[in-house]
Structure formats: structure tokens, C-alpha cells
Design a protein around this ligand. Sequence first.
Ligand code: ATP
Ligand code: MG
Length: 310
Amino acid sequence: MIIEVTGLVKKYKDYTAVNGVDLSINEGEIFGLLGPNGAGKSTTMNTLLGLLRVNDGTVKMFGKDFSKHAREIKRSVGYVPQDYAFFETLSAIDNVTYWGKLYGLRGEKLDKAVQEALEFTGLWDRRNGIAKTFSGGMKRRLNIACAIVHKPRILFMDEPTVGIDPQSRNNILESIKIMNQNGMTIIYTTHYMEEIEAICERVAIMDFGKVIALGSIEELIDSISTGNRLSLELISNTETAVSVIEKTDGVNACNNINGVLDIHLEKNERSLTVLLENLIQNEYEIKSMTMEKPNLETVFLQLTGKKLRD
Ligand SMILES: Nc1ncnc2c1ncn2[C@@H]1O[C@H](COP(=O)(O)OP(=O)(O)OP(=O)(O)O)[C@@H](O)[C@H]1O
Ligand SMILES: [Mg+2]
């Protein structure tokens, strides 16, 4: 266990933003913190980093109590904050150099580390460009370069892909995988479940300051009772089909939404076969069909009754 959090509580005046969070993070994993706006993801991260004082609970990193060994621990930890952490009026290289110095790097070691961080984030050719003139994707990458210059063992990343185009986003997700393959443990917050599904081994889902589910993505999907969802269009007789479908074994619900049938199937391997057999026997002809498997969004919906994003 590289990080162990027990009973973490963080209040802003009398508002409890983090309400008794327990987390165990394994060395070498990419761990996701998923939750809607205001769930307490950033607050959790900031308390783990020692940037906010905890009201209750304990945090251990590398087996050591954070409150007693904060200085030592922080040297091996990097943080990509949700907001930009660089100086807008400085060049990329000056920004990364600044962060390298903060972590005690000097001389040749510093120069080498700065170059590596800028190369890794694809900014070396633009190293003399002023940060404020950079595109959204480049700013996000510069934010990462500043956080990894000292080669941390653990990297905290708070929504590092917000506000950028899909290509830059994929680029960042790929670089996270590479850093992880090189041994870095990564804690990643987002409210995009697609990102979690793309890179994370395990995930904690947060809502109202609490962890409401924790496990691998498959474990979480297996844990809910919802099955596949089917969108079905028939060539004709859609309205009469609704009652036939509703009565089929393995169907939980069927709604006609502007001529497209939205069907909720039971969590059962055979439910689709049974339904299609029944439709064909009753001489309904199928025009189109798409199937949606349950995902982390479905897990969140089942646990909270609401969507991750509005
Ligand atoms: N400095 C602060 N003072 C008072 N309340 C705060 C402060 N920072 C956060 N909060 C509140 O604490 C709750 C959790 O906020 P937090 O920023 O941790 O959520 P989040 O999950 O990171 O959300 P987002 O996805 O929007 O970044 C929210 O209700 C927020 O309004
Ligand atoms: Mg946040």
C-alpha cells in the first residue's frame, strides 16, 4: 500500500466537504476518483497533499504518517492541480525550471530534468514560448511538466484534461499510461467516466464527500443489478409491440420514445435471445438495433439516482 487514508474528514467552516473517506492505493496503479461537481474530489486530493488541514482521519504515504513526515514525503509526490500552477508571463522552460528548483534540483541535474519533463510533454520545441500564448492543450501539458520535473513516485492529477480538444486529451491519457509503466503511481480525478475506463485499474466513486463505491471497473459494474439496454426500431407496428415486449421474460421495462423502443433487459445472458425469438415469432420485423452495456455511469445512476454530469 503506497497510500492509506482512514476516516478523512475536511470541513470548510461548518460545511463538511469530505465526510469520512477511506482509501488504500497500491504502488504502481492508476487509481481514479470519479464524481460529479462538488463531490469532494479536489478537497480529498488537497488534504492528501497536505495543502489543506484535515479535521479528522489519518493519511499514510510510503508507510509513513503524513503529518509527521510531510517534508520528506512531499519530495516524492507531484501534483497537477485543477487550475494552472505556472506563471502566465514566463516561458515554458522558466516555469519548469522554477518548479525544479523548488524541489531542490540545481545545476546540470536541474537542466537535464527540465529538458526531460519538457520533452516528455512534447513542449521542448516550444520551450521559449510564453505560457499565456499557449493553446489549452499546451497549457495542460505545461502544468504536467511542472509537476513531474522532480520525478515523483506518486503523481496526483486533478482533472488534467479539462477544456481541451480530444486529440490533446488522448495525448495526455497516453502519457499517463507511459509514466505509469515507468513505475509511477497515479491518482486521477475526473467527472468523465470515459477517462477512468481508458486508464484506471481501480476507481472510487464519490458523491457528497463520501466514497459510495470502490473497486475495479468490472467489479463495480458486476455489483449492480442493471443489465443491458437496447434501442430497437421496428419496420411497423411499434405501438402493439410494446405490450408484447413488456411481457417477455427477462425484460424489465419498455418505452416507446418517438418510435424507438427503449428496452431495459434483466442482467441475464439469455434475455436478448428470448426477446428476439419472441419478436420474430410474433412477426415483428426489426429495422435497427443498438445495445448499450452498463458502464460506470450506470453504476452511478443506480447508486445515486442521478447522472454524473447534467
Ligand atoms: N475553499 C472553500 N470554501 C468553502 N467551500 C468549499 C471550498 N472549496 C470547496 N468547497 C465546497 O466543498 C465541496 C467539494 O468541493 P470540491 O472542489 O472538493 O469538489 P470536486 O469534486 O473537486 O468538484 P469539481 O468536479 O467541480 O472540481 C463543494 O460543495 C464546494 O463548494
Ligand atoms: Mg475539483
